[in-house]
Structures are given as structure tokens and as C-alpha cells.
Design a protein around this ligand. Structure first.
Ligand code: GDP
Length: 364
């Protein structure tokens, strides 16, 4: 599955957000299976209204959303790259995630201490990014030393790695994150394997005050500006409100959201933003037993999409019977889609599209 790491300075609302994400009534209901793997790791159902509609048409007994994993990575402070706070251990945790949700304190509250004694989310973002850049520099220098002998011996992979590490180092020493390096197609795989912290996509989470979760405030406006200039995205959330909503039953939560003037829970927006950040898409399998959502990377071919369900589906792939989501709804299900000629037989070269309802045929 895909993993999103929640990072940020102390006291910005990371734990509050993580608790809200993993403790929601919805997350615990049968429809949104949830489990905590470790205290700071939570598996969250990805909300998708389409799945409910498909299940209603097919009369599916069970609805199983696709999931995303959140990891609460506390302990990142100024000096972390030099081993301050819980330092390197946390940097190692970040290495393992696919993307970073960077929580920024945008709320004013005299009762909650700010580590720097002032609310300035743009400066906070720079503090954390600087630590990540320093950590990258250190790890690059170590790795280059480790490569010296192999490079001298003419090892092709080592030569490629060294070249990429040098490209990254040049950018980092210039005070920029490694994600600005333009990587050639042929180098992409090796580049990803370097697992540099500052190549991970970032989603800024503006934690605003309770009354500001619709439009944000002056702090979140500055974060929005910064995010846009970096090509990163941002969401506005009040972690405290989300935690309150997470305690409510579904119908109560809907009423509460209406009262607040919110169309949907901020957590749903956050999860979806993470999905977009990672260029993920969803396809569905629908039957009387269950309606289920599956996650793929954009641009995945049918056999590899089938492989998400089971490796054998990919190995023995014959073809996929496919109905686009809109057709499935318009034709009121599989039978209607078939009759209308909307069910397609697709082969190995088919690029699965977001919302496709798939049925795989395979050899065992
Ligand atoms: P962490 O150190 O980043 O995990 O921060 P916590 O989630 O533990 O939050 C630190 C403190 O800030 C706690 O006392 C929270 O109740 C409080 N807090 C978190 N989010 C908000 C918010 O949106 N508004 C206000 N006023 N306080 C918040």
C-alpha cells in the first residue's frame, strides 16, 4: 500500500490529526475497516462516494474501500539532522514513506506553546525542510564514500549512482531540495532508489483555528502562496474540529459539518489530496458479495492492475471485462451495461482508467 508520513515541528497538531484520522467512527465501522499496526501507524479507508453507489446498484453485501497508511513521525526538531531530538531515527522513518504530509501550525492559541515562540508557518516549513536537506547532504556524502572503490572498478551502477548523487548534492548545497533536479527517463529508477528525503512529494496541512476551517486565515494564505511557488499542494484543516467530528456517529457528523458550513470532513479532503499527490487512481470490483476499491498508479496496465489483487491474476492474465464507472451507473449495473454494449473486453495493453469497473479473467 501507499504510505504518507505526517511530519512537523512539535505542538503543531500532528497527534491530534493522526488520532482524528485513525479514530473516526467511520474508520471503525464495518464499511471502513481500520487497524492500527503500531501506535503511530494507521491504515485508513479512502472515502469514495462512487463505491457506495456501485454497491447500491449491485446489492453488494460488503463495501471495502481501498486504503492508505498514515505514519505519525514525531520528533523532528531543529537540529534533527545532527541527532538532536530523536533525530536520525525519525529521518529513517521518513525515508520509508511515499509522500510527506507536513503539518504547519496556523492557529493562534496562547495556551499552546510554540517551539519558536511565534506563529510563522512559512518559517516553520523552512526549518523542517532545512533539516531534511542537511540529512540528505550527510547521507549523500556517506554513500559517495561507499561507492569510491566500485566506481574505480568501473561498476556501471555505481557510476550512475555517483553521478545522480552529485547532481543532488549540487542542488542541496545551493539550498534547494533534491526534488528540483531534472532527472532523465533512464535514471528515474536509480534516482528513486536513492530514497532522498527531499525528493518526496509534500502536501502542506495548514492547521487553522476552529472558526477558520472553511476559508483559512492569513497564515494559511501565506502557506498557500509558498506551496504554489514550489509546485506543492496544501489543504486547510482544523485538527481540533476533525478530532471532534471523529467522535461523532455518521449522521451527527453530517449535521455538524453542515452547521460549520463544510461540505465534507477535512480528513476526506486530506486523504484525497494525498491520493492526488501520489498520482494514484482507483478501480473497482463489484459483485453481490462485495464492492471493493483498489489503488493503482496512474498509467497502470490491466495485468499489473490485476496484480494488486493477487500476483496470480497478473501472471495468468487473459483479459479484463471492463465497464467505465459512468456507464455502469447510467446502465444501472453490469447486465444493463452488457445489453447496451458498454462492457468491453480489454487485453494486456489496456491502460486502466480511474473509476473502471473490472472483472479479470486469468489462467491458474
Ligand atoms: P504535535 O506535537 O504536533 O503532535 O501536537 P499535538 O497534536 O499534540 O497538539 C499540541 C497541542 O495543540 C495540544 O494541546 C492540542 O490540543 C493543541 N491543538 C492541536 N490542534 C489545535 C487547533 O487546531 N487549535 C488549537 N487551539 N489547539 C490545537
Amino acid at each position: 500500500g501507499f504510505k504518507m508520513g505526517i511530519v512537523g515541528l512539535p505542538n503543531v497538531g500532528k497527534s491530534t490529526l493522526f488520532n482524528a484520522l485513525t479514530k473516526t467512527a467511520a474508520a471503525q465501522a464495518a464499511n471502513f475497516p481500520f487497524c492500527t499496526i503500531e501506535p503511530n501507524v494507521g491504515d485508513v479507508g479512502v472515502p469514495d462516494a462512487r463505491l457506495d453507489k456501485l454497491a447500491a446498484i449491485a446489492g453488494s453485501k460488503q463495501i471495502i474501500p481501498t486504503r492508505m497508511t498514515f505514519v505519525d513521525i514525531a520528533g523532528l526538531v531543529k537540529g534533527a539532522s545532527k541527532g538532536e531530538g530523536l533525530g536520525n531515527q525519525f529521518l529513517a522513518n521518513i525515508r520509508e514513506v511515499d509522500a510527506i504530509a507536513h503539518v504547519l501550525r496556523c492557529f493562534e492559541d496562547g495556551d499552546v506553546t510554540h517551539v519558536e515562540g511565534r506563529v510563522d508557518p512559512v518559517a516553520d516549513a523552512e526549518t523542517i525542510e532545512t533539516e531534511l536537506m542537511l540529512a540528505d547532504i550527510e547521507s549523500i556524502e556517506k554513500r559517495m564514500q561507499g561507492l569510491v572503490r566500485k566506481v574505480r572498478g568501473g561498476d556501471k551502477e555505481a557510476v550512475q549512482q555517483e553521478r545522480l548523487l552529485k547532481d543532488a548534492l549540487a542542488v542541496l548545497e545551493d539550498g534547494q531540495p533534491a526534488r528540483v533536479v531534472e532527472v532523465a527517463e533512464d535514471d528515474l529508477k536509480a534516482w528513486k532508489m536513492l530514497q532522498l528525503l527531499t525528493t518526496k512529494p509534500v502536501l502542506y496541512v495548514c492547521n487553522v483555528g476552529e472558526s477558520e476551517s472553511v476559508d483559512g486565515n492569513e497564515h494559511s494564505a501565506k502557506v498557500a502562496e509558498m506551496a504554489a511557488s514550489q509546485g506543492n499542494s496544501h489543504v486547510i484543516i482544523s485538527a481540533q474540529i476533525e478530532e471532534e467530528i471523529s467522535q461523532l456517529e455518521d449522521d451527527e457528523a453530517v449535521m455538524f459539518l453542515e452547521e460549520m458550513g463544510l461540505e465534507e470532513a477535512g480528513l476526506d479532503r486530506l486523504i484525497r489530496a494525498g491520493y492526488e499527490l501520489l498520482h494514484l487512481e482507483t478501480y473497482f470490483t463489484v459483485g453481490p458479495k462485495e464492492a471493493r476499491a483498489w489503488t493503482i498508479k496512474q498509467g497502470t496496465m490491466a495485468p499489473q492492475a490485476a496484480g494488486v489483487i493477487h500476483g496470480d491474476f497478473e501472471k495468468g492474465f487473459i483479459r479484463a471485462e471492463t465497464i467505465a464507472y459512468d456507464d455502469y451507473i447510467a446502465c444501472n449495473g453490469e447486465q444493463g451495461s452488457k445489453e447496451a454494449g458498454k462492457m468491453r473486453a480489454e487485453g494486456k495493453g489496456y491502460l486502466v482508467k480511474d473509476g473502471d469497473v473490472m472483472h479479470f479473467l486469468f489462467n491458474t
